[in-house]
Design a binder for this molecule. Structure first.
Ligand SMILES: *[C@@H]1O[C@H](CO)[C@@H](O)[C@H](O)[C@H]1NC(C)=O
Ligand SMILES: *[C@@H]1O[C@H](CO)[C@@H](O)[C@H](O)[C@H]1NC(C)=O
Ligand SMILES: *[C@@H]1O[C@H](CO)[C@@H](O)[C@H](O)[C@H]1NC(C)=O
Ligand SMILES: *[C@@H]1O[C@H](CO)[C@@H](O)[C@H](O)[C@H]1NC(C)=O
Length: 377
């Protein structure tokens, strides 16, 4: 599935159905301030990233972000632009298979589709090690400010968004398997893990039977499933009373007409840069389909294992979802709350962010950034 196909579908929508929106979208975007680079994290693996750069103060904090399925690092371009004004450095990493980062090997893909649970667990350990190594190298090469003595400034956080949370929890869960210098650097600097709308599958948790997505509906022509996902996932959804914590009050299929889906505020160039649907259809599709048994213990270990949490003494964990977002963000928040309670409580703060969807970092970037930073509170 090529990005071109999505672009042409959207062009049609922009120019024939929504002339007012297309006029606004055709406006040339302001030049961006962030830089594009890449880091060699060992074993012949490179990870590309966007970096908002060092703010002028020496007390800033840094957030390392891991994107979701089909959408890559420029999806945070508005947050990258805002970060310096928030005394924050924002670094958005492209995962393996996405633009500028090393593709998976045929062996990796085979493990994701056909591997045993222990092979798949090892796959996520390696991806966690790559991200941990990235963070360590980035801290050292850029001389990032360490946490202050009062613990209120400096240091770093790791942010997973959507399917990126599989990789965020893998980074934390496997801390004790990394090189000593990596363990020590993360123990000293890592003050936060943020889980932004993880779908249940990214954590190995079960989905309600009503779950639906254009990606999995085989009545939709195969070529339309990923572009259909782009339009659906960027929409808003009107749910019933969330205080019931009842999965039956959620809207699983139909977008609401109360808010314009985020996709309509991307220019065609922005959408082409932000999406990589070939990558979504590769390893990520296997991760969603076949890796639950490896991801469930990885997630539980990252959040609720006392030995792991003790190895990262400064770490706060925040999980949040929108209230008018696709159903899965809300389902997972309830599941994580239940797991936290079952583990004794207090391992993770959770929040339902009012008036937001899965793309709060695009539609309301200041709110997204201040929510990320609240992990340090
Ligand atoms: C998984 O195994 C099947 C059957 O051997 C094979 O056809 C397929 O290519 C394998 N998947 C990957 C990604 O290698
Ligand atoms: C790097 O390669 C070694 C040797 O093959 C392997 O044990 C290790 O898991 C690899 N690390 C990563 C992050 O892939
Ligand atoms: C990302 O990579 C894909 C596949 O190689 C390519 O088609 C696409 O043009 C690239 N996108 C950007 C923004 O470089
Ligand atoms: C927590 O993780 C440690 C280190 O990997 C492991 O030895 C221990 O069994 C785990 N504890 C629980 C309760 O799973």
């Amino acid at each position: 599935m090529s990005v071109l196909n999505v672009s042409s579908v959207l062009l049609l929508l922009f120019f024939y159905l929504f002339p007012a929106i297309s006029a606004a979208a055709a406006h040339h975007p302001a030049p961006r301030q962030y830089t594009t680079s890449s880091l060699n994290v060992g074993n012949g693996t490179t990870l590309a990233y966007l970096d908002s750069g060092a703010p002028s103060s020496r007390t800033y904090t840094t957030i390392f972000a891991i994107h979701g399925m089909g959408f890559q690092s420029p999806v945070w371009e508005k947050v990258l632009d805002l970060a310096p004004a928030y005394n924050t450095r924002f670094v958005a990493i492209n995962r393996r298979d996405y633009n500028g980062s090393t593709p998976y090997t045929a062996g990796d893909l085979n493990v994701l589709q056909n591997g045993t649970v222990s092979e798949q667990t090892a796959f996520f350990q390696q991806r966690g090690e790559e991200i941990a190594t990235f963070i360590e190298l980035f801290i050292k090469q850029n001389g990032l400010p360490a946490p202050s003595a009062d613990g209120k400034t400096g240091g770093v956080a790791l942010l997973g968004w959507s399917l990126g949370n599989a990789f965020g929890v893998s980074t934390i869960a496997n801390i004790q398997t990394y090189a000593t210098s990596t363990q020590q650097t993360l123990a000293k600097y890592l003050r936060g893990l943020v889980l932004q709308e993880p779908p249940s599958v990214s954590l190995g948790l079960p989905l309600p039977p009503q779950s639906w997505s254009p990606q999995i509906d085989t009545s939709i022509p195969a070529a339309d499933r990923q572009p259909g996902f782009v339009q659906w996932i960027t929409a808003y959804f009107q749910h019933g009373d969330l205080s019931t914590r009842d999965v039956n009050v959620l809207e699983y299929v139909l977008p609401s007409i109360t808010h314009v889906p985020s996709v309509f505020s991307f220019t065609t160039d922005q959408l082409a840069g932000v999406t990589n649907l070939a990558a979504a259809s590769g390893g990520d599709t296997f991760i969603v389909g076949y890796n639950q048994a490896a991801l469930l213990p990885t997630y539980r270990k990252a959040l609720f294992n006392k030995t792991v949490r003790a190895a990262l003494p400064l770490l706060n964990v925040l999980e949040f979802t929108g209230d008018i977002t696709a159903n899965f963000g809300i389902v997972a928040l309830w599941q994580i709350q239940d797991d936290d309670a079952a583990a004794g409580g207090g391992f993770v703060k959770t929040e339902i962010l009012k008036g937001t969807n899965h793309f709060v970092h695009w539609d309301q970037p200041a709110l997204a950034l201040s929510t990320y930073l609240s992990v340090f509170d």
